[in-house]
Design a protein around this ligand. Structure first.
Ligand SMILES: NC(=O)c1ccc[n+]([C@@H]2O[C@H](COP(=O)([O-])OP(=O)(O)OC[C@H]3O[C@@H](n4cnc5c(N)ncnc54)[C@H](O)[C@@H]3O)[C@@H](O)[C@H]2O)c1
Length: 460
């Protein structure tokens, strides 16, 4: 099938590449020329396991191409995926400007019937806005006497909602082996045709068992928000209980295992820590709360989920201040982990950003190490610190975890990278100025207190 992907961030690039891998002919377009140039030179713009090899292979087979020519891209695909970002707008709603800009591009350049697939996470009703944006452009073209636009049938597009559930860090695997494929189509013949074509497109991912869930467009759009809201709720629930567990002298890790064993609860997304980050949970929870407000409703659980998460990003800072005092001048902290979770270099809404800012603004030096995210950190951390050049200059980067801790007053663990899970504690103790660990991911056994460490964790 001829496929076009508009917007090649984490979702668009993985979608386009995986669809090429199973034999489709895929053209990817992005407004970011640098990204296209980078891909053209054989490099991928972000870290994602298995993706560079897959991109190279499919480019090599000429099944995957990258272009900055939007007309060529729109012309190519019978099926056009929109995978642009939907960041939070100032009022917390999903900012649809990039999605709608992509829709306008489709209307401006389409020369035949298209199936437009909405991959971005968007509020209920967005499919209609996409359809209207395309229709508006077609109308303009007809008005200007464009013969191609005039020849198009009355309903030249079907808009499908196909939200994406991949996880950064395991994105290729998630796309190739999905738990479920949600496809929302509209009623009527155009929707029926789209439903059949999407079934064909996803058939290779659907062989072992039927993973496709067909539903109406609005329900599909809503499913994505409901999924992220549920996962975020589990995390905030555990974080809130962890803070109480800490006060009660209870170990939240034991409690996690105790409740996770119940199949009605399950183990997933129950780890207590320094709060969730990333490009999805924070903005999606906020957007759903905003949608509800627009309908005169309050989503009180999700309001609390968000408030708990915002507070949780400061819990470890408070422990550090509790131990060392509010004036951290002449203190150095080793920071292990910068990305919002392991196996990605994504630092959007990462708890480490709150930590770094809090430490350097109190006068501390920070020596950070992350296996992948340091280039991204060098880009975003100075932005966080804005005009505070002095504070920004107090952030340094180490070449290894051990180099980061040498001479530091304490180790602060922010991301649960595998490389941090089983350090040589004797060497760690020798390298640190003081044997103090603030573990924001509960990686270590509290029994290390018996080895002379002052160990601060979340709810343990
Ligand atoms: N990142 C994830 O893990 C993930 C998972 C599931 C769903 N989602 C959703 O998928 C969507 C995309 O997320 P992402 O993380 O891939 O975003 P991203 O910010 O990494 O990428 C978006 C891309 O769209 C491009 N773009 C903007 N306007 C454009 C236009 N008019 N035409 C073509 N390209 C344009 C940008 O230049 C950018 O490269 C969001 O709605 C997000 O909520 C993300």
């Amino acid at each position: 099938m001829n496929i076009t992907v508009l917007g090649i961030g984490y979702v668009g690039l993985v979608t386009g590449t995986c669809l090429a891998e199973i034999g489709n002919d895929v053209v990817c377009f992005d407004v970011d020329r640098e990204k296209i140039d980078l891909l053209g030179s054989g490099r991928t713009p972000f870290h994602e396991r298995d993706l560079p090899e897959l991109v190279a292979r499919n480019v090599g087979f000429a099944r995957l191409r990258f272009t900055t020519d939007v007309a060529e891209a729109v012309h190519h695909g019978d099926v056009i995926f929109i995978a642009t970002g939907t960041p939070a707008d100032q009022d917390g709603s999903a900012d649809l400007q990039y999605v709608l800009a992509a829709a306008h591009s489709i209307g401006e350049h389409m020369q035949g019937e298209k199936i437009v697939v909405q991959k971005s996470t968007v509020p209920v009703g967005t499919a209609d806005k996409v359809r209207m944006a395309i229709a508006e452009e077609l109308q303009k073209r007809k008005g200007a006497g464009d013969p191609v636009a005039a020849r198009l049938p009355a309903t030249p597009i079907a808009v499908v909602s196909n939200p994406e559930f991949l996880k950064e860090g395991a994105a290729v695997d998630d796309f190739m082996r999905p738990d479920r494929i949600v496809i929302g189509t509209e009623p009527g013949p155009a929707g029926e045709r789209a439903r059949a074509l999407m079934g064909q497109l996803y058939a290779p991912f659907n062989r072992q068992r039927d993973r496709i869930l067909h539903m109406d467009v609005g329900s599909a759009e809503f499913t994505k928000y409901a999924a992220n809201a549920m996962l975020a709720t589990r995390i905030s629930f555990m974080n809130e209980l962890a803070n109480l567990a800490g006060e009660l002298g209870v170990d939240i890790e034991q409690v996690r295992k105790g409740i996770g064993a119940d199949p009605r609860i399950g183990y997933g997304f129950l780890y207590a820590g320094v709060g969730y980050g990333g490009s999805c949970f924070p903005k999606d929870v906020q957007a759903l709360v905003h949608t509800a407000a627009g309908h005169g409703q309050r989503l009180r659980i999700l309001e609390a989920v968000r408030a708990v998460n915002d507070a949780q990003k400061h819990v470890l800072v408070d422990k550090i201040v509790g131990r060392f005092g509010a004036d951290l001048r002449d203190r150095t902290f080793a920071l292990w982990g910068l990305s919002f979770k392991p196996n990605t270099d994504d630092m959007r809404e990462a708890p480490s950003r709150v930590m770094v800012k809090a430490l350097v603004e109190r006068g501390a030096e920070v020596v950070a190490y992350d296996p992948i995210a340091m280039p991204e950190a060098r880009r975003v951390l100075p932005q966080d610190l804005g005009a505070n050049v002095a504070a920004a200059s107090r952030v340094r980067y180490a070449d290894s975890p051990m180099q980061a801790v040498r001479g530091a007053d304490a180790l602060v663990v922010m991301t649960e990278w595998k490389a941090f899970k089983s350090p040589n504690f004797a060497a760690l103790k020798g390298a640190l100025k003081q044997a103090v660990i603030f573990d924001g991911r509960n990686l270590y056994d509290p029994a290390i207190r018996g080895q002379g460490f002052e160990y601060f964790a979340i709810g343990r």
